[in-house]
Design a binder for this molecule. Structure first.
Ligand SMILES: *Cc1c(COP(=O)(O)O)cnc(C)c1O
Length: 346
């Protein structure tokens, strides 16, 4: 049953391929905390070089990358500017407040992308009464925005506004590899205006675990203190880091297939009665479908689709999110679209 299921729930649900498992099995390892794990070292060097930063650190998850970055950038009472849909605000269990004592200031963007003008309007005049403006966060790609790609010019303008107010800048690059492949611009070009950036290994890259956070030498040194404190420091972490190295070498270019599959799915179902898909927002590996006009809730349709062998998650009362990844073939996309048409129209 699970094998026959076409799983469009999330790109986090991929299983390591046999080749990736072979890379894991033959990984050279050592004590990561002593910088003696060659596979972890290699992965960190690779990500630092790709993103154009001085140093990088391997962590168990993207959430820990965000939270440690916020802990290093912010002090209690500081304010973080991010789109209203941001992962740090909505999916990290209040982490910025719980750990750093920082408040998030939500900016209303369009499809997860806010304008430099909106940011400038949001940043407070420093007064005795207000939180202290500290950090600008951009999510590339925007998850709840639909997998949309921030254009380089918009990011540059946004980070310029932040810097002109003396703020630090952080990129949540959970799906930065998708943005790189979709836009044709390098990792370093995307990361240029940001003090810190991280990449998730367990999303489109298809690894079982892990994420890598990059920044200046000083930043990474300060981040190590938190990694140690929070229990994110590992031992023979190379067992999982080897999957990351393998993924950067073999799973990057193929993200274009995921993007083509997402577009294919969207085009195949866009005309179904009661379904609203904004094809403009289908830029990477996600499709958001508003099913409000079908008369069914997203949860009801999600349950019916699962019974027919297609797993699609409900992201809101009337919103379904379809995510493509390396465990879904183009044939399966065509099958899933046919099932979607049948289930949603009935
Ligand atoms: C998945 C995700 C995260 C968190 O990453 P984990 O590795 O699941 O902890 C952070 N930000 C965005 C935009 C994400 O999609």
């Amino acid at each position: 049953m699970t094998d026959r299921l076409i799983n469009l729930y999330s790109d986090t649900q991929t299983r390591p391929t046999p080749e990736m498992r072979a890379a894991i099995a033959s990984a050279e390892v050592g004590d990561e905390q002593k910088f003696e794990d060659p596979s972890v070292n290699r992965l960190c060097e690779l990500v630092a070089e790709l993103t154009g930063k001085a140093a990088a650190m391997f962590l168990p998850s993207g959430t820990m990358c965000n939270e440690i970055a916020i802990l290093v950038h912010c002090r209690p009472g500081d304010e973080i500017y991010a789109d209203a849909t941001a992962h740090i605000t909505n999916f990290e269990a209040g982490g910025p407040a719980a750990f750093a004592g920082a408040v998030t200031h939500s900016i209303d963007g369009i499809n997860g992308i806010y304008s430099p003008e909106r940011l400038a309007d949001s940043i407070r005049q420093p007064t005795r009464y207000s939180p202290t403006p500290r950090l600008v966060v951009v999510e590339q790609t925007s998850n709840l925005g639909g997998g949309t790609v921030w254009p380089l010019e918009t990011m540059r303008a946004v980070t310029d506004v932040g810097r002109s107010h003396g703020l630090s800048t952080h990129m949540d690059g959970a799906r930065l590899p998708n943005a790189v492949v979709a836009s044709g611009h390098s990792f370093a070009d995307h990361a240029a205006g940001f003090d810190t950036v991280w990449i998730d290994l367990s999303k489109g890259l298809g690894c079982p675990v892990g994420a890598v956070l990059a920044g200046s030498e000083d930043f990474i040194e300060a981040a190590w203190k938190w990694k140690q404190r929070l229990g994110g420091a590992m031992r023979q972490g190379g067992i999982v880091a080897a999957a990351g190295v393998y993924a950067f070498e073999h799973h990057l270019d193929r993200l274009a297939d995921d993007h083509a599959n997402a577009r294919r799915f969207a085009e195949l179902v866009a005309d179904v009665d009661g379904v609203d898909i904004d094809l403009e927002t289908v830029q990477t590996n996600m499709v958001f479908a508003d099913v409000g006009a079908t008369g069914s809730t997203a949860a009801e349709l999600s349950a019916s689709l699962e019974q027919e062998g297609v797993r699609i998650g409900a992201m809101g009362p009337t919103t379904l999110r379809i995510v493509t990844h390396l465990d879904v073939s183009t044939d399966q996309i065509e099958t899933a679209a046919a099932v979607f048409r049948r289930v949603v129209s009935s």
